[in-house]
Design a protein around this ligand. Structure first.
Ligand SMILES: Nc1ncnc2c1ncn2[C@@H]1O[C@H](COP(=O)(O)OP(=O)(O)OP(=O)(O)O)[C@@H](O)[C@H]1O
Ligand SMILES: NC(=O)c1ccc[n+]([C@@H]2O[C@H](COP(=O)(O)O)[C@@H](O)[C@H]2O)c1
Length: 297
């Protein structure tokens, strides 16, 4: 299917979703398949555009599970907690999410899960049947607690399915920010979320969120009870896994950096975004240099 047809397909599906009363829906599954799974990994993002950091977050989570054929939901919220809905339109982002899903499956097919296996130098290829199913989903809810509840009540997945939300450290801090939970502004709304589901948080050292030690200290403070007065529970640390992010020598990858590189240094896209996503943003003008481009629906 051409990029343009892919975009048109998502434009139609998105319009139907926005007109419906649904709070969450799956628009596509790659490959089309309805078999059950025990754990649902959820990568919620603006996908503006999807980057190699997103790919790393998703692939390391999927490769860390001993369960056969895990399932991944790539989730786009039509309303963001903080950011305006631009510069790329939602249909461009949905098209890029599908391309990202294909890039991710290709990556998983040829990348061994352990560094030992990688070092062995033996040729490696995962059979197609073992690759994860990837759902492309949309939600009208900006907050994690509501997204998780909307996924649960959608009927799209078995009721008891555990969700593991994949986030970066900056998002963990915001999930634990009481400003998002009016009218009482406590962390009580997180209780049902963390009783049932988990967070797998990738550290994001060296930027506005502090170095590795400060990020580890955030969870230690939670375990010590420093946040009890806000309504936090110490046992939540069992539900939150902190995993290593980029090495200090690796460049910092973000969607902002990819959008900037498109106009100033397109060669940098090679280490910022996966291959099909790169082809899409170079050919489809999802990010015009005049900054135009809005969430057209
Ligand atoms: N380099 C990274 N390291 C760790 N986590 C990341 C990284 N890039 C993105 N994430 C996480 O992935 C999730 C979705 O990211 P998001 O779409 O906000 O990407 P972003 O690169 O931060 O976007 P932007 O640059 O447009 O603000 C968030 O939970 C974010 O913390
Ligand atoms: N308290 C919360 O649940 C909370 C706070 C901030 C952002 N978010 C969400 O996290 C996701 C990633 O956010 P950014 O795209 O702003 O990095 C978005 O879907 C956003 O709406 C949730």
């Amino acid at each position: 299917m051409s990029f343009q047809n892919l975009r048109t397909q998502y434009s139609t599906l998105l319009k139907q979703f926005l007109k419906s009363t649904k709070e969450f829906d799956v628009l596509t599954t790659i490959p089309p398949d309805h078999s059950a799974s025990e754990t649902l990994y959820v990568l919620d993002s603006s996908f503006n555009p999807p980057t190699l950091a997103h790919l790393r977050i998703a692939s390391t989570a999927l490769q860390s599970t001993p369960k056969p054929r895990p399932r991944l939901l790539l989730l786009l919220a039509t309303q963001n907690a903080d950011k305006p809905s631009k510069p790329a339109s939602f249909e461009d982002r949905l098209a890029m999410m599908e391309l990202f899903a294909r890039d991710l499956r290709t990556h998983l097919a040829i990348t061994p899960a352990s560094t030992n296996a990688a070092a062995s130098g033996l040729e490696y290829e995962l059979p197609v049947e073992a690759l994860p199913l990837i759902d492309i989903g949309v939600t009208k809810k900006p907050y994690f607690v509501d997204k998780a509840a909307a996924i649960e009540s959608s009927g799209r997945y078995p009721g008891a399915l555990e969700q593991v939300h994949l986030t970066g450290f900056d998002t963990l801090v915001r999930i634990f920010d009481t400003k998002y939970y009016p009218p009482h502004h406590t962390l009580a709304p997180l209780v049902p979320f963390l009783e049932k589901h988990r967070l797998r948080v990738t550290m994001r050292p060296g930027d506005a969120w502090g170095e590795r030690e400060e990020q580890v200290a955030f969870l230690e403070a939670l375990a010590r009870g420093d946040r009890d007065a806000e309504g936090a529970r110490r046992e939540w640390v069992q539900r939150i896994q902190l995993v290593e992010g980029r090495k200090p020598t690796d460049p910092h990858v973000s969607s902002t950096r990819a959008r900037e590189a498109l106009h100033s240094a397109p060669k940098d896209l090679d280490w910022l975004v996966p291959d099909l996503v790169k082809q899409y943003i170079l050919s489809e003008r999802a990010y015009p240099s005049d900054g135009a481009g809005t969430a057209k629906v």
